[in-house]
Design a protein around this ligand. Structure first.
Ligand SMILES: N[C@@H](CCC(=O)N[C@@H](CS)C(=O)NCC(=O)O)C(=O)O
Length: 254
């Protein structure tokens, strides 16, 4: 959303991205897949950036968003595409049209389908209780208004459609997504082959939530078993683009 400045006094230097996102998590630098995706892309593309954790919600009411050279932009994918063209970074150029189509399909599966499984588990099935373990900086009064957030997320999942299924059906749908992702990744280091592409950032953002931020979920054991290649993929992305991972985490609540 160019031209719609939210906070005129917050900016970074010329050609430096100001990435607005939620505060750091305890197990992942973000407990949201979309900021983790965009920040991983900024690192992959070697684009200079700074973080702003104070104003995470953008003009479209979602996180992340970014400011670049005085203009605000929303949506991780729109930001990523704008950055790719502005800074001349295209990690897909070696792919065929058909390969790009497959990559896009898997990304949409992760961000528009599996995402809702994560939302339902995190906010509805566990009533937001796991959030206190993965993100220690939530203000304490949030505990009292948590039911409002739970209702809101339940409403979003219902509007999207996934929230109308039973818990059992939703978990099974999530398993099927993970099975498809695991089968496609196979023994490749990255989803589209030997080198990471843009869609790996999206896959990492989402899968990292399941690997590190959903203790006790029905997926936990499967990530160490049937879907071990997805976990290995996450470890690979983490090692490659987040050498400072531990320094980007918040200490756990005591
Ligand atoms: N398509 C958007 C999705 C962003 C999104 O859904 N962010 C969630 C956090 S996981 C959010 O801000 N939710 C707040 C809300 O919907 O009220 C993107 O890629 O940036």
């Amino acid at each position: 959303m160019a031209g719609c400045r939210k906070k005129p006094n917050v900016s970074a230097g010329k050609d430096v991205v100001l990435l607005h996102q939620l505060d750091r998590g305890v197990f992942t630098p973000s407990i949201s897949p979309f900021p983790l995706k965009l920040e991983t892309y900024l690192r992959m593309a070697n684009i200079p950036y700074e973080n702003d954790f104070k104003d995470p919600m953008g003009p479209k009411g979602k996180t992340p968003w970014m400011t670049l050279n005085g203009e605000d932009f929303s949506d991780s994918q729109l930001c990523l595409e704008l950055l790719a063209s502005t800074f001349g970074k295209d990690f897909n150029s070696h792919l065929t049209e058909a390969e790009r189509a497959i990559g896009r399909a898997f990304q949409i599966m992760a961000e528009e389908h599996l995402y809702w499984v994560v939302v339902l588990w995190r906010w509805v099935y566990t009533k937001g209780k796991t959030l206190w373990a993965i993100q220690m900086n939530f203000p304490a009064p949030l505990r009292f208004i948590m039911p409002i957030f739970v209702r809101r997320m339940k409403g979003q999942a219902s509007a999207q459609g996934m929230g109308r299924h039973s818990q059992e059906e939703v978990i099974e749908m999530g398993m099927k997504d993970l099975r498809a992702m695991s089968a496609y990744l196979g023994i490749k280091p990255y989803f589209m082959g030997d080198t990471p592409t843009e869609m790996d950032c999206a896959m990492f953002g989402m899968l990292a939530q399941i690997v590190w931020c959903m203790q006790g979920s029905p997926f936990e054991q499967h990530m160490k078993g049937e879907f071990i290649n997805l976990k290995d993929f996450c470890e690979r992305m983490k090692d490659q683009f987040w050498p400072d991972w531990n320094q980007c985490l918040l200490p756990p609540r005591v």
